[in-house]
Write a protein that binds this ligand. Structure first.
Ligand code: GRF
Length: 205
């Protein structure tokens, strides 16, 4: 019988709340016919690895120090992912910028990223984590949000799949703003994965 389950590789570096959102959505079937085949982290102490372990999901820490260059690291990363027969690579708080060779090793609609701002604003090199929220607050923006996009050779500039806005309040801090955005991220990521994953074809008998 044809396996209709879609297999995800989730790349992480941090706390993994977005990973958790995917795990929960698979469990409650808001993300049907989907499984996380592997979680890969570039940080040994990423709590995301613990979340994978707690949910019996295979995970690996790929140590950047063990590789001579970014190219070699990403070559290994691509190798691990290809062995898993993956339908979609999800960057869920993965802080390394992927090399061109890695990106070229996969079809252009196979890698998606979540970014905690309304791209194309506040994206690009250096714009990650709290740097993003800090810049948004310094510029007195009235709104921010999150964006899911395809990953292309240009950092944070691939085609946008979905975005969700949140208001920015005058008394916001980096923490309060990032918390408000994080809640939206979790829902949006699951929605985006549902949108981009090829749907199984049900054939009439
Ligand atoms: C999220 O805000 C995501 O947009 C950004 O990194 C953060 C990761 O959070 N790329 P978590 O590890 O999923 O909790």
């Amino acid at each position: 019988m044809e396996n209709t389950h879609k297999r995800l590789a989730v790349l992480v570096s941090g706390s993994g709340t977005n990973l958790q959102a995917i795990i929960d959505a698979i469990k409650d079937r808001s993300l049907p016919n989907t499984e996380i085949a592997i979680v890969i982290s570039n940080k040994q102490d990423a709590y995301a690895l613990k979340r994978a372990e707690n949910n019996d999901i295979p995970s690996i820490f790929l140590d950047p120090k063990q590789y001579k260059s970014k190219e070699e690291y990403d070559q290994k990363l691509a190798e691990v992912i290809k062995e898993q027969n993956i339908d979609l690579i999800v960057l869920a708080g993965y802080i390394r910028i992927l090399t061109q060779s890695f990106i070229q090793a996969f079809d252009k609609d196979k890698i998606i990223n979540i970014h905690p701002a309304l791209l194309p604003k506040y994206g690009g090199k250096g714009m990650y984590g709290n740097n993003v929220h800090k810049a948004v607050l310094e510029n007195n923006e009235k709104e921010s949000g999150c964006t899911i996009h395809y990953v292309t050779h240009e950092v944070d500039a691939g085609p946008i799949i979905a975005h969700e806005k949140v208001p920015v309040y005058e008394n916001d801090t980096i923490e309060s703003l990032s918390k408000r955005i994080r809640v939206k991220e979790h829902k949006l990521l699951v929605k985006a994965i549902n949108t981009v994953l090829p749907k199984p074809i049900i054939r009439a008998k």
